[in-house]
Write a protein that binds this ligand. Structure first.
Ligand SMILES: Nc1nc2c(c(=O)[nH]1)N[C@H]1C(S)=C(S)[C@@H](COP(=O)(O)O)O[C@H]1N2
Ligand SMILES: [Mo]
Length: 324
């Protein structure tokens, strides 16, 4: 359902000022992050509950550096956690920080359904618990497609998907954000058709760059960044990174996605970063890194946000002008 005319939306609010990726490098440094200092996690909890901590900043123990990280300098914790898009908490960039502090991301469950052998509703702690040695919480510092470099901590979405044994009918994975007007005051406004929805093809979802983030800078995810769990797809525009995920569905047909529903001519299903396809109302060829200052030079936007080596093959037979 279209609730707001495309022309009413301030698209600069939702799309990216695009980005630039230096070069990816194996981050060899790093290793185990210290134990939870501020709150005692429940036995077996991998990511401590930040709502138990006075200042909501709790360390995630045992984060492993990812081989897919960029070596670009990350934005500051302050930039990353005070300049956000999360319409469930308001449409201004400072609203998510201002309005999500009392949000309690526990208890939290994630329902997995659809075309898969294993389905059900899982408590967050069980959902993110590693099921074999390959499954770890990795630190992947990536260039966010709205011009920040963020050291996300998360689990490979491919590893998670493997557990549920999708059937051959599963062509897409669809995600949904929590829908609870009491806890998410922005949902009292009809600025979007709630719940927020996103989706990926199975091939995209199982690409090693796709992660479900549970933290950043080695600490449990702040509410404004999508606590307790959100999607990161570094080669796509920011709006694909759905926050506060409560549902993951394996489906045969392309799922509806929030921004495409809201403004179909402006936001497509794929949303790959592509300097050659302009937004109908502005160029996406150049971008200015957030935090670099208004006078910093704009940088050329790179195809797939610089991650072409990892993802270009996914789109070999697709006309990316039509499939934007
Ligand atoms: N549920 C939900 N997820 C969302 C959004 C939203 O409004 N609601 N905004 C998206 C947009 S437009 C962007 S740019 C990123 C911003 O992520 P960040 O604030 O952590 O940088 O979140 C995405 N995920
Ligand atoms: Mo965005």
């Amino acid at each position: 359902m279209l609730i707001k005319k495309a022309s009413d939306i301030r698209p600069f609010e939702i799309t990216s000022k695009k980005n630039y990726l230096n070069r990816r490098a194996f981050i060899k440094a790093g290793g185990v992050i210290g134990g939870a200092a501020l709150a005692t996690p429940a036995i077996g909890a991998i990511v401590p509950d930040n709502s138990l901590s006075e200042n909501k900043r709790v360390k995630i123990p045992g984060v492993t550096p990812s081989e897919f990280s960029t070596d670009e300098a990350p934005n500051s914790y302050e930039d990353i956690t005070t300049y956000n898009n999360y319409y469930e908490f308001g449409t201004r960039k400072d609203d998510p920080y201002d309005n999500s502090q009392d949000f309690d991301p526990r208890p939290w469950t994630i329902t997995v359904d659809g075309e898969a052998e294993v389905t059900g509703t899982f408590d967050f702690d069980d959902f993110i618990k590693p099921h074999d040695v390959e499954e770890r919480i990795y630190r992947m510092r990536c260039v966010e497609a709205w011009s920040m470099v963020i050291p996300w901590d998360g689990i490979s979405l491919a590893d998670i998907i493997k557990r549920f044994k999708p059937t051959s009918k599963a062509k897409y994975v669809a995600f949904e954000t929590l829908y609870d007007k009491r806890r998410m005051p922005g949902q009292r406004s009809r600025v979007l058709d709630w719940p927020y929805r996103e989706g990926l093809t199975i091939a995209e979802a199982t690409n090693p760059l796709a992660i479900l983030a549970v933290g950043l800078y080695g600490e449990a995810l702040p509410n404004q960044n999508g606590a307790p769990i959100r999607l990161i797809t570094p080669w796509k525009y920011g709006f694909k990174g759905i926050k506060g995920i409560v549902k993951m569905s394996f489906v045969e047909r392309r799922p509806k996605t929030s921004w495409n529903l809201s403004a179909p001519h402006e936001y497509g299903f794929y949303a790959n970063v592509n300097p050659e396809v302009n937004h109908p109302r502005w160029s996406q060829a150049r971008e200015r890194r957030i935090g670099a200052g208004l006078f910093a030079a704009k940088q050329p936007t790179l195809m797939f946000n610089g991650y072409g080596e990892q993802v270009a093959h996914l789109y070999e037979n697709l006309d990316l002008r039509r499939n934007f």
